[in-house]
Design a protein around this ligand. Structure first.
Ligand SMILES: Cc1cc2nc3c(=O)[nH]c(=O)nc-3n(C[C@H](O)[C@H](O)[C@H](O)COP(=O)(O)O)c2cc1C
Length: 325
């Protein structure tokens, strides 16, 4: 398939793996890029620019295809060394960055000057237009279904994607709820040049996470995610577990007066416990409604090949057949 996204990033298939904390290590990024998609290393998981440089080099040893780095801007008391991360990304020769979490205008000039293409991930048409206006090359449009932070507007992709198509000139990628060939064809019908997947890539043999996490995604249905931190206007879609139940109970008890400190134990430092140790009740971790569409744990290559085969069949047989009547 050839789309504005495959052309822009020099990839074979219009499938991107979004940044994921404690999941997006070199192993997964390389597997996605080797399978013809665009793999992305999650910058902040590496904690320091020096570690990120090492991770980028590790990824280079595993693939000679293009891959990117995710840089997430978080509300933090002590912010990570963002200038250091930007420097490392540029010095290590990375040519594709996925930004998320906040307006990337402060880092954009450095990336543009270094010839780095920026995909900004956002959850509303308003923010997508802003990203276009400040000079981002593409946007990932993350619908309400998505794992992670869906924003506060609650607009699902069946509305959000065609609205993005109405308003944007730069190419965009459909993100949130994407799992298979049906998702890809639907995303393209709604105007996207490709799709971004998070949760689906966790349930693959190549994802460097504990088997318990993959098994939990296999068992989960589309009814098993919850929205936490709504009262803090920092909504996150997570897989339900005992830690999440505790957060939701606190949110109910404390109402509008809730502060981040009230739930910090269930939110901070959880990812290594879940993703590496497999402690599935350690606290809240992101997961999309798409868990309901995950029924196996293939390799990344099997998954991507299957998606492309399904998409081809849907377009050339089902849809073309319907046209012919
Ligand atoms: C476990 C997990 C961790 C994530 N961590 C990040 C992150 O650190 N930065 C980011 O920009 N997005 C993060 N995301 C969001 C994904 O990149 C992607 O936008 C989202 O998963 C798409 O929705 P889907 O899960 O329905 O595919 C995370 C998602 C998951 C499931």
């Amino acid at each position: 398939m050839k789309t504005r996204i495959t052309e822009m990033f020099g990839i074979e298939h219009p499938i991107i793996q979004g940044g994921m904390h404690y999941v997006g290590f070199a192993e997964l990024a390389a597997a996605v890029s080797n399978a013809g998609g665009l793999g992305i290393i999650t910058g902040l998981t590496q904690r320091t620019p020096e570690n990120l440089a090492r991770e980028i080099r590790r990824c280079r040893e595993m693939t000679n295809k293009p891959f990117g780095v995710n840089l997430t801007f978080l509300p933090a008391v002590t912010p990570p060394d963002y200038p250091g991360f930007v420097r490392t990304i540029i010095e290590e020769g990375i040519k594709i960055v996925e930004t998320a979490g906040n307006n990337p205008s402060q880092v954009l000039p450095f990336f543009r000057q270094a010839g780095v293409k920026v995909i900004h991930k956002c959850t509303s048409v308003r923010h997508a237009k802003k990203a276009e206006a400040i000079g981002c090359d593409a946007v990932s449009v993350d619908g309400f279904e998505c794992g992670g932070h869906p924003g506060e507007d609650d607009v699902p992709n069946f509305i959000l994607l065609p609205r993005a198509a109405e308003e944007l000139t730069i190419p965009f990628i459909a993100s949130g709820g994407m799992a298979d060939g049906r998702s890809l064809v639907a995303a393209m019908a709604l105007g996207a040049g490709g799709m971004n997947m998070g949760t689906r890539f966790i349930a693959t043999k190549d994802a460097p996470v504990h088997q318990n996490v993959k098994d939990a995604l296999l068992q989960a249905t589309e009814l098993d995610t919850r929205l936490i931190m709504r009262p803090l206007r920092n909504t996150e879609r997570v897989l339900n577990n005992a830690g999440v139940e505790r957060i939701l109970e606190k949110e109910k008890q404390l109402g509008a007066g809730i502060k981040f400190e009230d739930i910090i134990a269930e939110v901070a430092g959880v990812y290594p416990k879940v993703m590496q140790q497999g402690d599935m009740n350690a606290g809240a971790f992101s997961c999309g409604m798409v868990a309901g569409l995950i029924h196996d744990i293939p390799t990344v290559k099997e998954l991507i090949d299957r998606i492309m085969r399904e998409a081809d069949e849907i377009i050339s047989k089902r849809l073309t057949g319907a046209l012919r009547g």
